[in-house]
Write a protein that binds this ligand. Structure first.
Ligand code: NAD
Length: 443
């Protein structure tokens, strides 16, 4: 089948590549010339495990190509995916300018029936706005052409995006007629072989399903972080509590890890956008406001622990930072807790020596050259002359380091673990002063 994807970012590029992998003929369109030139040279603008080789194989096989030519893109696909960004507007609502720009482009250039698919995360009612934008453009052209609009939100996780797309837990398809449901069923059939994972519903429910999923996941994190702060004050160990509650199948062990706060491009903006949607219809979503407030506060917990340990005297100190990305296996720094921590440390007059396996370039792009930030070659180099080590992203190589070496390199054997990946008793045994999240400090 012929497929066009607008937006070649995390979602668009993965969607296009996975659809090409199944034998479809895919054109990826982006307005970012630099990105398209990179992709045409075989360079992948983002870090996503497994993506590079799949892009190369499918471009070589002639099933995947990249262009900035919008007319070419619209002419190509029966399916026109919208996978552009929906960043938060100033009031927290999702900014739909890129989504609507694509809708107008499709209206401008289409000359036969198209299925326009919202894959971007968009507020309830956006499909109607997309339909209006296409209709208005067609009317202006004096063209009378049929098209359908579908909501097909994406649930992939950065860092595991290929796997998530190839073996989805579910494919949500929101349509207003059986014809488009069947077309989408056919397109997704190769990903739906093991058992039927396609869940068809009305468009508004599909749009809301994506926000409901992200808001629920963010709620789980904020709930555990709230409890971890209580545990801190009560002398309890949140990891024992986590183990204790997860055993109840109604609760389960998934996604109940306390930490340094959630980041990334999705949870923060989607919780805000849903809160905003609620307000627009006269409803105060109090739980969502609390989820967000708890998360904002959580991003300062590590800094507060550092501040307390050093008795407020952070000026002139050097802090080693392991991890920068908002989670492992990505280079994405959007809303990363590491940013809040670094900015607080700088404000307090401290210097940061940081290492991340993938997010160094992105960090450099954001902060540029500065005296109080050294982006170093490896985890050991970050420790050189540092007063303490902070682990903020739980990349695999940080999980079992050579602690004797860590101790030797640090000026003082102090470790702040923002992801509870080390064992407090072991750390004490190794001679560290060790702070974690929601666990009594040791050493
Ligand atoms: P991104 O910023 O990585 O990519 C968006 C791309 O769209 C950019 O390359 C941009 O240049 C391009 N673009 C903007 N306007 C365009 C236009 N008119 N025509 C063609 N291209 C255009 O964004 P992303 O992370 O891939 O997210 C895209 C959407 O998917 C968002 O709504 C997001 O909430 C949602 N989503 C993201 C994830 C994730 O993990 N990143 C997961 C699920 C859903």
């Amino acid at each position: 089948m012929n497929v066009t994807i607008f937006g070649s970012g995390y979602v668009g590029l993965v969607t296009g590549t996975c659809l090409a992998e199944m034998g479809n003929d895919v054109v990826c369109v982006d307005v970012d010339q630099r990105k398209i030139e990179m992709l045409e040279r075989g360079e992948i603008p983002i870090y996503e495990p497994g993506l590079e080789s799949m892009v190369h194989e499918n471009t070589a096989a002639g099933r995947l190509r990249f262009t900035t030519d919008i007319a070419d893109g619209v002419a190509h696909g029966l399916f026109q995916f919208i996978a552009v960004g929906t960043p938060p507007d100033e009031d927290g609502s999702a900014d739909l300018q890129y989504v609507l720009a694509v809708a107008r482009s499709v209206g401008e250039h289409m000359d036969d029936y198209k299925v326009i698919i919202d894959k971007s995360t968009v507020p309830v009612g956006t499909a109607d706005r997309v339909r209006e934008a296409v209709s208005e453009t067609l009317t202006r052209r004096g063209a009378e052409l049929e098209f359908d609009v579908v909501s097909n939100p994406e649930f992939l996780k950065e860092g595991a995006a290929i796997d998530d797309f190839m073996k989805p837990d579910r494919v949500i398809v929101g349509t207003d007629n059986p014809r488009t449901t069947e077309l989408l069923r056919a397109l997704y059939a190769p990903f739906n072989r093991n058992h039927d994972r396609l869940i068809a519903m009305d468009i508004r429910s599909a749009e809301l399903t994506k926000y409901a999923a992200n808001a629920m996941l963010a709620t789980k994190i904020s709930f555990m972080n709230e409890l971890s702060n209580l545990a801190d004050r009560l002398g309890a160990d949140i990891e024992a509590v986590r183990n204790g509650i997860g055993s109840d199948p109604r609760i389960g062990y998934s996604f109940i890890y306390p930490g340094a706060g959630y980041g990334g491009s999705c949870f923060p903006k989607d919780v805000k956008a849903l809160e905003r949607t609620a307000r627009d219809v006269g409803y105060e979503a109090e739980l969502l406001s609390a989820v967000e407030a708890v998360n904002d506060r959580q991003k300062s917990v590590l800094f507060n622990k550092l501040h307390a340990h050093f008795g407020g005297a952070l000026a002139g100190r050097t802090i080693a930072l392991w991890g920068l990305a908002f989670k492992p296996n990505t280079d994405d720094m959007r809303e990363a807790p590491a940013r809040v921590l670094m900015e607080s440390l700088w404000q307090a007059g401290a210097r940061v020596r940081a290492f991340d396996p993938e997010a160094m370039e992105e960090t450099h792009r954001i902060y540029g050259e500065r005296d109080d930030l050294a982006l170093v070659e490896g985890p050991e180099a970050a420790l050189e002359g540092a007063d303490a080590l902070v682990v903020i992203t739980e990349w695999h190589p940080f999980r079992s380091p050579d602690f004797a070496l860590v101790k030797e390199r640090l000026k003082q054997p102090v470790v702040f673990d923002g992801r509870n990946i080390y064992d407090p008793a072991y750390m004490a045994g190794q001679g560290f002063t060790y702070y974690a999240i929601g666990r009594p400090p040791v050493g």
